[in-house]
Each structure stands twice: as structure tokens, then as C-alpha cells.
Design a binder for this molecule. Structure first.
Ligand SMILES: C[S@@+](CC[C@H](N)C(=O)[O-])C[C@H]1O[C@@H](n2cnc3c(N)ncnc32)[C@H](O)[C@@H]1O
Length: 367
């Protein structure tokens, strides 16, 4: 009998089951990696520089209970991340080539991302409620505090390592403008890392951060104060309703990984058009995906995490506001370019150093 779906014939049920098994395996490993970060066990193992130690010695160095540490080491051995030696008692070590990946401060962000699996899964029951026809539409930001905390280090790394060194030079003339003194606006500034780095590096410029969360604004202000910055300014408001006195005041506007989260992204762009001066430039960093789902299939491996985080974070966050556009992280470049055009911007797309996101560099359309 002819199959209803030819695709299905290429894959056996066993292949498919093995594929799912692999996915389950990955989820469990990520949870245990996260525990290693929170307990400081990665730090201890990395500091050993490949020298094997017993569970007792590792637990003592971490100031933790031996029994739990031994259980965790067992999971990491099974996950093929930590190696074991058949000493008496058995000893554990991380091979040296894995240390540059696993180190909690100097390692790769993949280890930090692993932890977001458990922090994001904390809202899965809330998300299920949002699917229900009679359930609420969105989820309030404070429900994501654990997830946000786990992402904060990933975001900070990029800002520390790439913002000044590699990203700013990709915006024509910006470095010189920042040195001589301009007004800059970061929308969805979170805890102000972008604002404070820029304010510190370019003391002649005035850097403004806007976020809808008062907690983030407080954190940004506190950190600016601690650094003694006099040119960092923070406002807690909706980016769709900026200060009436800001018309034509900004030479550069920056939005990183936030436009699709904004409930009223169209109004935000209209507001940017109002507050940006005629020669101003707008940088938007957003997901590099297409608006048509079928066009994204070829890069499913790269985009899968963005799809899941959009389902569980970006979409419920934006739908928490009445009348939200509910874009989701994978609204795609075609929809983004159209919205930018409708709101009076010309945009060109370029890659973002050190990140998979796409950089839309925009100027006001000339009439
Ligand atoms: C995904 S985070 C991105 C943070 C940061 N820009 C980065 O790249 O790491 C989105 C930020 O946008 C803020 N946000 C969401 N809706 C907003 C709105 N309508 N107006 C201003 N900020 C908003 C959130 O509070 C959060 O700090």
C-alpha cells in the first residue's frame, strides 16, 4: 500500500524513538550541568586543572556534602563530561581540553545555556494555562526571574567581549560620534550593562536606558552609581510611550533581542522615529529567521532553542499586554523589514559579531 506521507518512509519508528531518546538525554544532562554551576562544582573541577580527586576531596573543596557530590559526579561521568579513574576509591577529573568550554567564568556560553533548560522549565505549567481558551493570555515578567538570572551572564559576556571591540565599529561613524559626544538610547535596557559600558567608555556622550521593569531600572542605576557614572540615565516606562521632550534628541538608538518582545513593536518604532534625529542610526539585533516557518526548517538545529524560548518566554511576555502584536522571537526578517518600512525606516541587514542574531542597521527614510 502506498504511504500517505513519503517523508515518513525514510525514517523507521526505531530511528524516531532514538531521536526522541536523544532529546530526553540532552534535557537531563542540561539539568545536571546547571546544578554544577549553582553548586560551584564546575569551578572546583576546572581549578584542579585535570588532576584526579576523590568525591570526598571535591566535596571538601566545594564545601558541600560528599554524598550529593558523588551522585552528581556519577551523572556527569555517565554524560561523558567528567572522566573517572578506577582508583581505590575512584577519582574524577575533567580532561584539560574541556576546561576552556566548561569554566563557569571563562568558558563558553554553551555551559551557561545548559542551565536555562531548568530555569525556563519552571514556567511550563504557567505556559500550559495560557493555551487554554479560558486561561490568561500572558505571563508577567517577575515569573521569569530565575530564567533571567541564568541568561544575564550570557548577555553580559557578549557586551563585555564584543560591544566596544567589534560591534560599535560595524556602525558607520558611530565610534567617532560617541567620542565627540552624542545622545544614545537603549530600549529594553534590562539591568543597564550596555548603558553603563558605553557611558564609561565614552564620557562625552549621554547614554539613556529605558525598560518597563522597575527592578531592572533600579539595578542599572545602582551599578551606574557604584561606577560613579554621571552620563548614564535611566527611565522606567513602556518603549511605546517615550518622554514627550525627547523629540529629535537621539543620534543612536539600540535595541537588542527586545523588539519582538515589545507588545506594541509598531508604536515603539514610531516613537523611535520621533526621538531620533534626521541623521540618526538605529541598530536592532533580532533573530535571524524567516517569517515563513517552512523556510526555517533547513536551519532547525540553530533555531530550535529560539523556538522553544519564544514559546515559553517571548510570546507569553508580550501577550501579557492587551492588544499586543504577539510577534514571538521568530517573527522573521521579512516581517521585520516590512514593519520597519511601514514605520519610516530604511534598513540593511548585517551579521552581528559574536552572536547568531541579525543586525538591522536603520536610518530614517528620505522623503
Ligand atoms: C530579552 S530582554 C533583552 C535585554 C537586553 N536588551 C539584551 O539584549 O540582553 C527584553 C527586555 O525588554 C524589556 N521590555 C519588555 N517590554 C518592554 C516595553 N514595552 N518597554 C520597555 N522595555 C520592555 C524587558 O523588561 C527586558 O529587560
Amino acid at each position: 500500500m502506498e504511504s500517505k506521507n513519503k517523508e515518513a518512509t525514510k525514517e523507521s519508528s526505531e530511528d524516531f524513538e532514538a531521536y526522541l531518546q536523544n532529546a530526553v538525554h540532552g534535557g537531563y544532562v542540561c539539568m545536571a550541568i546547571g546544578i554544577g554551576l549553582d553548586t560551584g562544582l564546575w569551578q572546583v573541577l576546572c581549578d584542579l586543572d585535570g588532576r584526579p580527586k576523590t568525591a570526598r576531596e571535591i566535596a571538601d573543596r566545594a564545601g558541600l556534602k560528599e554524598r550529593y557530590v558523588r551522585e552528581w559526579l556519577g551523572t556527569m561521568v555517565m554524560a561523558k563530561i567528567v572522566n573517572i579513574k578506577e582508583d581505590q576509591p575512584e577519582t574524577y577529573y575533567i580532561p584539560e581540553h574541556r576546561i576552556p568550554v566548561l569554566h563557569p567564568r571563562r568558558g563558553k556560553t554553551v555551559t551557561l545555556y545548559a542551565k536555562t533548560v531548568s530555569t525556563l522549565s519552571g514556567v511550563s505549567k504557567d505556559v500550559v494555562e495560557r493555551f487554554k481558551k479560558d486561561g490568561p493570555n500572558g505571563i508577567a515578567f517577575h515569573r521569569y526571574s530565575d530564567y533571567e538570572a541564568s541568561l544575564a551572564e550570557v548577555r553580559r559576556r557578549w557586551l563585555d567581549d564584543y560591544l566596544i571591540q567589534e560591534f560599535i565599529p560595524t556602525v558607520v561613524g558611530l565610534q567617532e560620534q560617541l567620542e565627540s559626544g552624542i545622545n544614545v538610547l537603549d530600549l529594553g535596557c534590562e539591568n543597564g550593562v550596555f548603558v553603563n559600558i558605553l557611558a564609561q567608555t565614552f564620557p562625552n556622550s549621554r547614554i539613556y536606558g529605558v525598560d518597563i521593569s522597575q527592578d531592572y531600572i533600579n539595578a542599572g542605576e545602582k551599578s551606574a552609581q557604584q561606577k560613579g557614572l554621571k552620563n548614564a540615565f535611566y527611565t522606567c516606562c513602556d518603549a511605546a510611550q517615550l518622554d514627550a521632550a525627547w523629540s529629535n534628541q537621539f543620534h543612536y538608538v539600540f535595541i537588542s533581542d527586545s523588539l519582538h518582545d515589545f507588545a506594541y513593536a509598531d508604536k515603539v518604532l514610531e516613537e523611535i522615529h520621533r526621538v531620533m534625529n534626521a541623521d540618526g542610526q538605529l541598530s536592532i539585533i533580532d533573530t535571524y529567521s524567516h517569517t515563513k516557518l517552512s523556510k526555517n526548517q533547513a536551519q532547525a538545529d540553530k533555531l530550535l532553542v529560539r523556538y522553544v524560548s519564544s514559546l515559553m518566554y517571548c510570546l507569553p511576555l508580550s501577550l501579557n499586554y492587551e492588544g499586543s502584536l504577539g510577534l514571538g522571537a521568530n517573527w522573521g526578517i521579512e516581517a521585520a523589514v516590512k514593519l520597519l518600512e511601514d514605520c519610516g525606516f530604511e534598513s540593511k541587514m548585517q551579521s552581528t559579531p559574536g552572536r547568531s542574531g541579525l543586525h538591522f542597521l536603520c536610518t530614517k527614510k528620505t522623503l
